[in-house]
Design a protein around this ligand. Structure first.
Ligand code: DAH
Length: 339
């Protein structure tokens, strides 16, 4: 019986070493340590021994069983640890791998310059309003003191949709809509697309962009116009920029001016960008014509105002030294990626 016990111990220990997973561990437990196991069978066989032999043999069987139990627990711990180590290995993340960057878009240069412009005027108390691109003759011309026989209405300049509907040729239409909607004090900007039947070349496009501005209040004078627009030019182009006001004519303003800044490319010496003149024209402006105010129900005896229309495309091409306006509309990524 002693030999049998020793053989059994050796067999169990050898079997233990081959166990690899939870299922095999359980099979081992049933075979060697359960109620119907080989050790239980041995214990039941004690009855066949003499009373003197029985206690020592019983103790030997139980002690052997205990060592097998201990060895099983150790093996189980080993297998668990190995499984855990494997799991960690399988789930390992290499945090040093280079990431995959998602491509991000950017602002179109026209929008970037427009945002800067809006920031400048916002800081002076201006609001941004929106207006329709399809306008009526009334808002685009009539209410702006452009009479029916004015050359600006020529079929060659204006895209008419019907006799009365057209693609706006200027954002100035927003002045009228605003003055009909709001009571003074008024300080608004209206950026947007405008359309003219122009041939396409390096400086002309049938669709381009303007930003309209309008201020109406009591006691507004040409000094306010000059101060606001000079401030704008300095913030847009830099403190050292010179600003020049030239007399001009627009049907909806009196007096009217055109505003030039010293060429940001050459500083006023004369270059290709300013065509040798040293100046770049950036906007038209003037004191709102009393007839325009009155047409919108604002008493010109009580209120006065100034308005301006900025060419956004020109602003953008001079700011970024872009030589051809068409680049702004072609959306070629090789161009746009540079901003
Ligand atoms: N609408 C004019 C244009 O398209 C620009 C302009 C000039 C707008 C004078 C104004 C202004 O508001 O007062 O050429």
């Amino acid at each position: 019986m002693k030999d049998k016990l020793q053989a059994l111990h050796a067999e169990a220990m050898a079997a233990l070493a081959t166990l690899g997973n939870a299922r095999e561990l359980e099979e081992f437990r049933v075979k060697y340590l359960g109620k119907k196991s080989v050790f239980s069978e041995l214990l039941r066989g004690l009855g066949g021994l003499s009373p003197e032999e029985r206690p020592a043999m019983g103790q030997a069987i139980n002690a052997t069983k205990a060592t097998v139990e201990e060895a099983l627990a150790a093996r189980e711990a080993e297998i668990l640890a190995a499984a855990r180590a494997q799991q960690l290995l399988d789930e390992r993340l290499d945090v040093t791998m280079p990431g995959k960057a998602a491509p991000v878009g950017g602002l179109h240069p026209l929008n970037a310059v427009l945002n800067d412009l809006i920031d400048i005027f916002r800081s002076m108390g201006f609001d941004v309003v929106d207006g329709p691109e399809v306008e009526t003759d009334h808002y685009n011309f009539e209410a702006l003191n452009v009479p029916a026989d004015h050359p600006a209405r020529d079929m060659q300049d204006t895209f008419y949709l019907t006799d009365n509907l057209l693609l706006r040729t200027q954002t100035s239409a927003a002045q009228i809509r605003t003055m009909e909607d709001r009571k003074p004090p008024i300080r608004i900007l209206c950026p947007g697309r405008v359309y003219r039947a122009d041939e396409v070349d390096a400086t002309h496009s049938p669709v381009f962009h303007q930003v309209e501005g309008l201020v109406v209040d009591k006691g507004i004078t040409l000094c306010d116009l000059k101060g606001v627009l000079e401030q704008f030019a300095h913030e847009m182009y830099g403190e050292g920029t010179e600003v020049r006001f030239r007399p001009s004519f627009f049907p909806f303003t009196e007096p009217s001016v055109e505003v030039d800044v010293s060429c940001p490319e050459c500083g006023g010496k004369g270059c290709r960008v300013c065509k040798g003149s040293g100046w770049i024209e950036i906007l038209g402006a003037g004191m709102v014509h009393p007839r325009v105010l009155a047409g919108c129900g604002i008493d010109p005896e009580e209120y006065s105002g100034f308005a301006f229309g900025i060419g956004l495309d020109r602003l953008t091409t001079t700011r970024h030294k872009i030589s051809d306006i068409r680049l702004l509309f072609e959306n070629d990524l090789r161009f746009l990626n540079q901003f």
